[in-house]
Design a protein around this ligand. Structure first.
Ligand SMILES: [Fe+2]
Length: 211
């Protein structure tokens, strides 16, 4: 058999948020531990899948671990997106930014987009609210992702990711505190980071179009 390589992921410590406004250190710390669990499980599954593949054993055990990998992998990546934009005390989104222009184009303006995104975040059930960029047509759209791996539009690039699982706010706001949490999340967004992510996605889109 050809040699195979398994990449080992590490928790991205540089993304851990601190001193947030309305999201406590205790809440962040517990949530971060869950994220570390996803990283650990991605590595564990990849190693076990690799061991089976090396032996040519592609039976039910292999299939179930492959299924499970989608949940663990997306759980890891979505949490990285989520934590990376949380920063207290950042200025509101400026009208001069590309993000503001695109939100105006596709949603009628920042406030209209905010209403839709917040409503998605408050939907019943566990999941994620995600603002995506479609690199094929340059469109921004909001989506609800149930679990971690179900519902992602293929090839779309996440621009802003909000965790709407109860574990993201239970410590600070309790089980009925989703509305308060959504408002708190949006108060802690580092818009410069989101702007940067959109610009990178747009550059990727242009490169893709040129191929
Ligand atoms: Fe989470």
């Amino acid at each position: 058999m050809e040699d195979r390589m398994v990449h080992t992921y590490q928790a991205r410590k540089e993304l851990r948020p601190r001193n947030l406004d309305g999201i406590s250190e205790d809440q962040v710390s517990r949530h971060w531990s869950l994220y570390e669990g996803y990283v650990k499980n991605v590595n564990l599954l990849n190693e076990r899948i690799d061991a089976l593949a090396r032996k040519g054993e592609f039976g039910p055990e292999f299939a179930e671990m492959k299924r499970r990998l989608g949940f663990e992998y997306d759980g890891m990546i979505l949490h990285e997106h989520y934590f990376s934009v949380l920063k207290a005390g950042q200025p509101p989104l400026s009208d001069a930014t590309e993000l503001a222009k695109q939100l105006k184009r596709f949603f009628g303006g920042f406030e209209s987009w905010r209403k839709e995104f917040s409503a998605i975040g408050k939907m019943r059930g566990i999941g994620w609210a995600i603002l995506y960029f479609d690199p094929e047509f340059g469109v921004l759209s909001d989506h609800w992702i149930t679990l971690h791996e179900h519902g992602h539009p293929a090839g779309y690039i996440p621009i802003l990711v909000m965790d709407a699982w109860e574990h993201a706010y239970m410590v600070d706001y309790g089980a009925a505190g989703r509305s308060q949490y959504v408002e708190t999340f949006l108060r802690n967004v580092d818009w410069a980071k989101v702007e940067q992510r959109l610009k990178e996605a747009m550059r990727y889109s242009q490169m893709h179009a040129a191929v």
